[in-house]
Design a binder for this molecule. Structure first.
Ligand SMILES: [Zn+2]
Length: 412
């Protein structure tokens, strides 16, 4: 009997790391029309009108207002004859209260379309607001998958960072006000109808934001390439994202005005976001969330510190090792034919190089994390949903070991 004949008939019994044994099942429905190109933000009015808009709520943050992007989008929408209201109070890691504030503004204006303009926090706030406006209740009611029963308003996503890829995802990540735990509210109806990817908008990012969001996008490409949910379609997005991100991340750090490199980063981040939508995330994200909750560590920095350790840990699984080697081959960091171990080592060395290039903290100690907190961090990481998709099973003990490794000084 061949190995392949042991597969379940529909491929649904997808076991961790079993991708080599059979073709995993997937259900792919592209919900977001993706428009890419320098200057394509000019089309936001035309796109909104196609969606039947009359009164539009633009959800954004004060930095985007200062950069002039919010005023520009408002003007474009108005010149297409649309009523516009701007909510510019988005904060990083938005909480339930932030969403409530946005909803109060939206309700007072009778809006019928939403534009999320900014980084991941603007997208999350816009999606969170959409849940409550159309389906009522509190954001906690939508924590989980498919909890909204009524249709939602059309959302247009206009990212100004190359990071979360939220513009291609149906999840809103909203933090609980008290515990700071991130609630993932997933619903296909919450996905943006249209994503306008305009690289020119990302040029205004402060250097630190470029560094943190770029690391996040890279981590998405790496984690999605090995999850237990990975499949041939998600891998296509993970690999293409990695190919775009690896050479262009150092380039945008060196030359922030390089529009071509900015475009490749923006597209890479969107593809990595699409990979998440189809294959979820892994242990680096699970371990990062408690660090953000307890110490306010920026998401990109937190996932970056953990990523090389997670790769080393996961590569002990032979299927994950092969998946990493194949990922490393996409941007020609290594060749699978050189041997899987050598390819994984080359991948880790490249990740270390990129993290150093970003000049972010490389050790948890540098960020004020207390060694004595490892136990509680480990317990919380093990409860994160994303931990369940990691190719090797991870429990509190394994997370404790990952955190301990992340205290070690890193190579320069
Ligand atoms: Zn992330």
């Amino acid at each position: 009997m061949s190995k392949a004949s042991t597969k379940p008939a529909d491929g649904v019994g997808h076991k961790p790391g079993a991708t080599d044994l059979f073709l995993p099942a997937f259900d792919y429905h592209p919900r977001t029309r993706v428009v890419f190109g320098a200057g394509c933000v000019e089309r936001v009015g035309e796109v909104a009108r196609e969606l039947g808009a009359r009164r539009v709520l633009v959800v954004t943050d004060p930095g985007i207002v200062t950069a002039g992007h919010a005023g520009r989008v408002e003007h474009i929408l108005q010149s297409c004859g649309l009523g516009v209201l701007v909510f510019d109070q988005v904060r990083e890691n938005p909480t339930a209260r932030d969403v409530d504030k946005c909803v109060a503004v939206a309700k007072s204006a009778g809006i019928d379309t939403i534009v999320g303009l900014g980084g991941g926090s603007s997208m999350d706030t816009a999606k969170g607001c959409n849940f409550l406006l159309t389906n009522g209740g509190r954001i906690q009611d939508y924590w989980g998958v498919g909890k909204a029963s009524k249709p939602m308003l059309p959302l247009i996503a206009v990212p100004t960072t190359a990071g979360t890829g939220s513009e291609c995802q149906s999840a809103a990540l909203i933090a609980d006000e008290h515990t700071h735990q991130k609630m993932a509210c997933l619903d296909p109806k919450a996905a943006a109808r249209v994503a306008l990817l305009d690289p020119a908008l990302t040029v205004s990012q402060p250097p630190l934001v470029t560094a943190h969001t770029g690391i996040d996008a890279l981590t998405h490409a790496v984690e999605t390439a090995v999850t237990t949910r990975r499949n041939n379609l998600s891998l296509m997005f993970s690999h293409e994202a990695f190919k775009l991100l690896v050479p262009n991340f150092p380039q945008v750090l060196r030359d922030p005005l390089d529009l071509d490199a900015r475009g490749r980063m923006l597209l890479g981040a969107a593809f990595a976001g699409t990979a998440i939508e189809n294959s979820m995330l892994g242990a680096a994200h699970a371990a990062a969330n408690p660090l953000t909750a307890h110490y306010g560590i920026i998401h990109g920095e937190a996932v970056g510190i953990l990523l090389p350790h997670v790769v080393r840990f996961n590569a002990k699984d032979s299927h994950a090792k092969k998946a990493y080697a194949e990922l490393a081959s996409a941007p020609e960091i290594a060749c699978v034919s050189d041997g899987l171990d050598a390819a994984v080592e080359a991948l880790i060395a490249k990740l270390e190089f990129l993290l150093n290039a970003a000049q972010v903290a490389r050790s948890l100690g540098d960020l004020g994390v207390k060694h004595s907190k490892i136990k509680i961090l480990g317990e919380e990481a093990a409860k994160q949903w994303t931990a369940t998709f990691n190719p090797r099973p991870v429990f509190a003990k394994e997370f404790e070991a990952l955190y301990a490794a992340a205290f070690e000084p890193r190579p320069n």
